[in-house]
Structures are given as structure tokens and as C-alpha cells.
Design a protein around this ligand. Structure first.
Ligand code: ADP
Ligand code: MG
Length: 701
């Protein structure tokens, strides 16, 4: 087939015309022949089976039955009337029911003539009925195309209203296959096709729309999903290859005096195997001429900070400055304090820059940054301001990536003529293959091992009605000298309500834990930053035993003496948020607890979340469940959803196909990065067409 045929505007397809073309365009994004053939069915109705009435099951199911209408009547009921037909075969009788379109049906249905009906059955009052069945005369049915598995296409309400039913779409696709003779240009190389025993593009397209049987449908789906994921991976991997070739980075080739001094004389603990491995990965990145762009994943408490610090020392050893950016002032402050302590006596100049740093101090920081006196700058978004200019920034580290957008990452690039190396740290574990798809332009390191001696956190689920028991438990823990968090949800849409919940809760805690025996901190989003810092500070210093808070404490804060995390209305939190919150405890030597408080009203999904939390502490396991519950788009926020715009594959469900696709994409690009070999010509052509459409070469934002 001439490949240009697929670019034909859909209006020219027989049976479409200007009105339908417009509706197809606005409702389904179908503008050309290609768009229509790439509209894949959501599911299929299996019409390979014919049921007898006495074989019907009492559970509701879609079935196909052959029989005759022997009687028609109209039944009046409170709300309107319905048309009821008795339908029989040689084994029994059932009812067909219409609530709409009765006049037309009355006039057109034929009595005592064999029909094939299809629809969902209901069991009611001792008999089966089928509302609004699809009907076809048996004689027509025998003549028609032998479609055994009927495709069900995506639809919208408006399409239905405009008469573009599933049957219409199906007919249009059929028409398109006739006009194009069902021949499609192959898009995968011969090698891949024979290696994976894939069916051809043409056969796959035919069977995705008009499956001959289950087996061919499965093969068509596999082939098309593979193709989609293969080109996605090819795009991501080659983007990364190009970045590595084209974008020069600083070469940190000195051995590293500070690094070695710190490692031998100042390290407060033995690094875990995972930390060592990750540092090695970073070190080798920094020693090439390419710019590093690395994602460091590690569960809360896995020890990412020390990795960040040692990477910064490498930068300083090579005559460069480094910065570390955190999403909140509290977290930036904690990083600053922690790193300052670790670097005590090493002779590295370090400063903290946040929005609340005084103007006069800020000026000094700016000066020292520009003249190179400062080695490390830690701070919040304030680092990104144009006024903040480095003498020679060599490494930028971003903590807790999910709070920062891609645009902010890009801003860091321009803090220097040559972009600094970038390390992004996240505590939101993402299953590895998914991470590779979402952050395809980043290299990935994973800390998958916790520092030794960590006590695992005991997590339980309690109903609100057991609150008194929970209070008693809290008293016991406080008596032992421990501190406690109580966290309330904060969901933007109902902020006022959330605030009320928080204040009610606070009051009841104050009643049960009165002064002077108990001191309570409260922190929420409506407070001024200084007041927040003050209250937070009291808790960090151990002056208060209970911290009542909204999720502002979610990220990073470190109070090793806090051993109990109580999460109120836990059913309203997402899994990754619950896991993050739980990570606030279990940082000291004591047994820690997480108590998930809920009402009795729980959705099935909420139950799954609670059950997951009480059964595992493993962030990756939790991320997998989260992903299945919510889907990747949600998990990552909208900014990355663009690349997930998949037509047929599902990154979660088709993870195995994704892995295979990635393997092949890597193999091919390793051997033939420019796709120059004759064998790869098909791939190069397909790829460059896709690239034109999506402008994927434009990779620096
Ligand atoms: P996160 O990955 O959540 O940022 P941190 O870097 O804050 O974790 O580390 C959590 C705690 O574990 C800190 O108190 C840190 O000092 C400690 N820690 C980190 N690595 C080790 C290790 N290898 N052995 C013992 N303790 C460690
Ligand atoms: Mg951290």
C-alpha cells in the first residue's frame, strides 16, 4: 500500500462526510485514516458461543441466543412504559425489554422469525430478561462477515448522541480496510520479527480490529504493544546517548583529597554496600567528559544524605562548588546542620540560603559564592534566583525530586556555561522499569539496603472508636521519654474542612494531654513561616512531646526520638504519602510504631492501602501496589504524563513486554547507534517519522 494513503483526511472515507468527520475529530482525535486504524478496541465481545435459554446462568453476563419472538406487549409502570417481548427457543422462554425507542421496534420487529440476539441478561422474579438487546435476523447473521469477536471501541456520550455508535465505527474501520486492502507497511525489522515470532503489521492490524480467534487476537495485541513500547524505549535511550555525546560536562579527574580524608577519618559509620555501590556509580559518571544526569532512589532513611555529601566533596576536590536544594526550609535547615556537623574540622566553607535569610547575610553569601570562597551552598528554591551566581558550580543536587518540576531542574543547567552535573534524589520509590520509562533521560542509582540495626516499624490499623486505647498507648510511650506525631490530612479542595478536623483533633488531644505534664506543638499550612519554624523547633529539641500537624511535616524532617506516628483519617491518604509519613519514625534506636486511624466506612481501595501498609515496610513493594491502584500518570503528576500517552500498551500491566522492548532497543542502539545498518533501515524510517511528529530531538527545555 502507498503509505501516504494513511494520511488521507478522514472526511474522504466512504460513510464519513463533513459532519461525522468533525465529530470524530473533536471527540476521538481522529483526523486521518491513520488515526482511525490506530483507534484500538478497548475490549471484545465473544460471539463465538451460542447459548440455549436453559444454559443461562443467574449471574449477569453478555450472551448470544438464537430464538423467536412469540408475543409483544406494552406494560405501563410508574415511570413511563416498557415494551416486553417473550422470546423462546426449544429449551425455554425469556423476556426482552425496551424502555426507549418502542415505536420503531414495534413497527420493525417480526414475530415468529428466527433472530440472533445479544446482550446482558438479568435474573429477576424467576425468569431471565435482556434489556435493549442487539438483534439481527438469523438469515442476515448467516450472510454477514464472520466476526466472531466483536470489537468495542472507545466512545463518548457525544458520539452516541450523534449516532456514531460502536457499530458505525466498526463499519468505518471495515470500509477503511477495504479501501487500503488491509496492507500496512511493516515497522519492525526482520530480525525482531523472526526472533520474537511476531506476526506482521498487516496481520496484527487486521486481527486487532477483527480477530479471527482468541489466539490471533493475543498475538496481535502482543505485537502492537511491543512495537509501541519498543519505539518509546528507542526514543528514550537514544536521547540519552545523544546527551552523553553532545553535552560536555566537567571532568572530575582528581583523586580527591577531601573525599579520601572524609572517608578515612570522619565517616561516622560504615557505609552500606548499596551506598558504596551508588557512590562508585556517581564517581565514574563524574570522571567522564559527559554531563551527569542521575536519579538516586532510596527509601526514607536509606542514607542518601551521605552519598550527596561525598559527591559534593568530589566536586570541591576538583576545584568546583556544589549546591544542594531541598523543597522546604525545615529540610534545608536540617541538611545544613547535619552536613555542617559531618564536615566539622575539614575546612569546607558551607552556607544556608533560604527565603528567610536576612538581606545583609544574603549579600555576604552572594559575594562569597561569586568569589569562590563558599564551597557548598544548601537551600530552598531561593538558590534558583538569578541573583544567586556561582563562581564555578560543578555539581547540583536536588533532594526529594517530586516536589520540583522539570523546569526547575532545567534552571540549574544554566547556572554555568557548561551545565553542572546533576544528581536528583528521591524517596518515592518507583519500580525500576517504570522509572526507566518515566525518567528515561536520567541514569538511575538505587539504594536498596537500609543501614544496619534499624528496627522495623510496627504498623497497625485502628478504628476511631478505639481512640481511648490509642491515647493510653501514647501516654505509655511519652512516659518512656518518646515523642509522637499526629498527622491530619490536608487536601486542597476542602481546606476549610480539613482545618476544622485538625483544630478539633488538636483540642481533644489538649484535653487528654493537659499542661503542665504535656507540651504539644501544632504546625499547619495557615501558620506564618516563623511560627511554624518555632513550633517545629520546640519538637525537634524535645521540648514538646506531641506534634499535631498537617502533612507539612511529610518531607525529610529528622527527629530520632520520635517513635510513634499516628495518621488520622488514614483512608484519605495515598499509599506513597502514608509510607513517607511513616518514614518520620523509626530513625532512632527504639521500637517505633505507626498507627493508622480510620472510620468504619472504607472503600475497597482504602482497605487495600491499609492492608499493604500493615503488611510491609518495603517502599518498592508499596510503590508497586500504588502503581496498580492509581496508574502511573497519577503517581508521577502531570508533568511526565506526556510520554505515557500510549495507544495500546499499559506500562504497569505490560511490564514484561516493556522489559523485552527495552532489551531489544538497547541491543540495537549499542550495536548501531545511528541505525545505519541495512537491517535497521525499517526502524530508522519509522523512528524518524515518529520523531517528526513528536519533536523528540528537542530535549533541553
Ligand atoms: P534519607 O535517605 O531518608 O535522606 P538520611 O540520609 O537522612 O536518609 O539517613 C537516615 C539516617 O541514617 C541518618 O541519621 C544517617 O546518619 C543514618 N545513616 C545513613 N547511612 C548509614 C549507615 N551506613 N550506617 C548507619 N547509619 C546510617
Ligand atoms: Mg533525606
Amino acid at each position: 500500500m502507498n503509505p501516504n494513503v494513511l494520511q488521507t483526511p478522514i472526511v474522504y472515507l466512504k460513510g464519513v462526510g463533513p459532519n461525522r468527520a468533525e465529530t470524530l475529530g473533536t471527540e476521538l482525535g481522529i483526523h486521518t485514516y491513520r488515526d482511525l486504524v490506530n483507534l484500538f478496541p478497548n475490549r471484545y465481545l465473544d460471539k463465538t458461543q451460542y447459548y440455549k435459554i436453559n444454559q443461562l446462568q443467574r449471574s449477569s453476563a453478555e450472551v448470544q441466543v438464537v430464538g423467536k419472538i412469540v408475543h409483544l406487549k406494552t406494560v405501563d409502570q410508574k415511570r413511563g412504559r416498557r415494551l416486553v417481548a417473550s422470546f423462546v427457543d426449544d429449551t425455554g422462554q425469556m423476556e426482552l425489554v425496551w424502555f426507549r425507542g418502542q415505536k420503531w421496534i414495534r413497527e420493525n420487529l417480526k414475530l415468529n422469525v428466527p433472530y440472533v440476539i445479544f446482550g446482558r441478561t438479568n435474573w429477576f422474579n424467576g425468569s431471565f430478561s435482556m434489556p435493549h438487546p442487539e438483534m439481527e435476523l438469523l438469515s442476515e447473521h448467516k450472510k454477514g462477515l464472520k466476526i466472531t469477536m466483536q470489537p468495542i471501541y472507545p466512545s463518548t456520550e457525544k458520539l452516541g448522541n450523534k449516532g456514531i455508535t460502536n457499530r458505525v465505527i466498526s463499519k468505518l474501520v471495515e470500509q477503511l480496510f477495504m479501501e487500503t486492502q488491509g496492507k500496512f507497511v511493516e515497522t519492525l525489522s526482520h530480525g525482531i520479527l523472526s526472533d520474537l515470532k511476531l506476526i506482521s503489521k498487516s496481520e496484527a492490524m487486521l486481527n486487532i480490529h477483527f480477530p479471527k480467534n482468541q489466539e490471533l487476537l493475543a498475538r496481535a495485541q502482543f505485537r502492537l504493544k511491543f512495537e509501541e513500547l519498543f519505539y518509546l524505549q528507542l526514543q528514550l535511550i537514544s536521547k540519552k546517548l545523544i546527551r552523553k555525546q553532545k553535552i560536555k560536562g566537567f571532568n572530575f579527574n582528581k583523586v580527591g583529597e577531601l573525599f579520601n580524608d572524609f572517608y578515612s577519618n570522619h565517616l561516622p559509620f560504615e557505609l552500606t554496600g548499596a551506598q558504596k555501590r551508588v557512590i562508585k556509580e556517581i564517581r565514574s559518571d563524574l570522571g567522564t567528559n559527559a554531563q551527569m544526569n542521575r536519579l538516586l532512589q532510596g527509601d526514607v532513611g536509606s542514607g542518601k544524605t551521605i552519598v550527596a555529601l561525598m559527591s559534593m566533596l568530589l566536586a570541591i576536590d576538583n576545584g568546583f562548588q556544589a549546591c544542594l536544594m531541598a523543597p522546604t526550609e525545615i529540610l534545608a535547615g536540617q541538611h545544613f546542620k547535619g552536613i555542617e556537623e559531618l564536615l566539622d574540622g575539614i575546612g569546607v566553607q558551607i552556607a544556608l540560603l533560604t527565603g528567610s535569610v536576612k538581606k545583609s547575610d544574603r549579600k555576604i553569601i552572594h559575594e562569597q559564592l561569586e568569589n569562590g570562597e563558599l564551597h557548598i551552598l544548601i537551600g530552598t528554591h531561593a538558590l534558583l534566583e538569578d541573583k544567586v551566581m556561582f563562581n564555578n558550580l560543578g555539581l547540583a543536587i536536588v533532594d526529594e525530586q517530586h516536589r520540583f518540576g522539570v523546569a526547575q531542574r532545567a534552571k540549574l543547567w544554566h547556572k554555568n556555561d557548561i551545565p553542572p552535573h546533576i544528581l536528583v534524589m528521591t524517596a518515592t520509590p518507583i519500580p525500576r522499569t517504570l522509572a526507566m520509562s518515566l525518567y528515561g533521560d536520567l541514569d538511575i542509582s538505587v539504594i536498596d539496603e537500609m543501614p544496619p540495626g534499624r528496627k522495623s516499624i510496627t504498623t497497625v490499623h485502628r478504628y476511631d472508636t478505639n481512640r481511648l486505647k490509642v491515647f493510653a498507648f501514647m501516654r505509655d510511650e511519652i512516659k518512656k521519654g518518646r515523642q509522637i506525631y499526629i498527622v491530619y490530612p490536608l487536601i486542597q479542595e476542602s481546606e476549610a474542612l480539613d482545618y476544622k478536623d485538625l483544630m478539633d483533633g488538636y483540642e481533644s488531644v489538649v484535653r487528654d494531654f493537659p499542661l503542665p505534664d504535656y507540651q504539644i506543638s501544632i504546625v499547619h499550612g495557615k501558620m506564618k513561616a516563623v511560627d511554624k519554624e518555632y513550633e517545629m523547633g520546640r519538637f525537634v529539641r524535645g521540648e514538646t512531646q506531641i506534634m499535631v500537624a498537617t502533612t507539612v511535616i511529610e518531607v525529610g524532617v529528622n527527629v530520632p526520638n520520635a517513635s510513634v506516628m499516628i495518621i488520622e483519617s488514614a483512608e484519605r491518604f495515598g499509599l506513597s504519602q502514608l509510607h513517607q509519613l511513616r518514614g518520620r519514625v523509626g530513625r532512632g534506636a527504639d521500637q517505633s510504631y505507626c498507627i493508622l486511624m480510620t472510620s468504619h466506612k472504607l472503600s475497597a481501595e482504602a482497605k487495600t492501602r491499609l492492608q499493604t501498609m500493615t503488611s510491609t515496610n518495603d517502599g518498592f513493594e508499596i510503590a508497586e501496589v500504588d502503581l496498580k491502584l492509581r496508574g502511573p500518570g497519577d503517581l508521577m503528576g502531570t508533568q511526565q504524563s506526556g510520554i505515557l500517552n500510549l495507544k495500546i500498551a499499559d506500562i504497569v500491566k505490560d511490564n514484561d513486554i516493556l522489559k523485552t522492548a527495552r532489551y531489544y532497543a538497547l541491543q540495537i542502539l549499542n550495536r548501531d547507534p545511528g541505525l545505519q545498518e541495512v537491517e535497521h533501515r525499517i526502524i530508522r524510517n519509522t523512528y524518524s517519522k515518529l520523531a517528526q511528529d513528536k519533536n523528540i530531538w528537542n530535549y533541553i527545555s
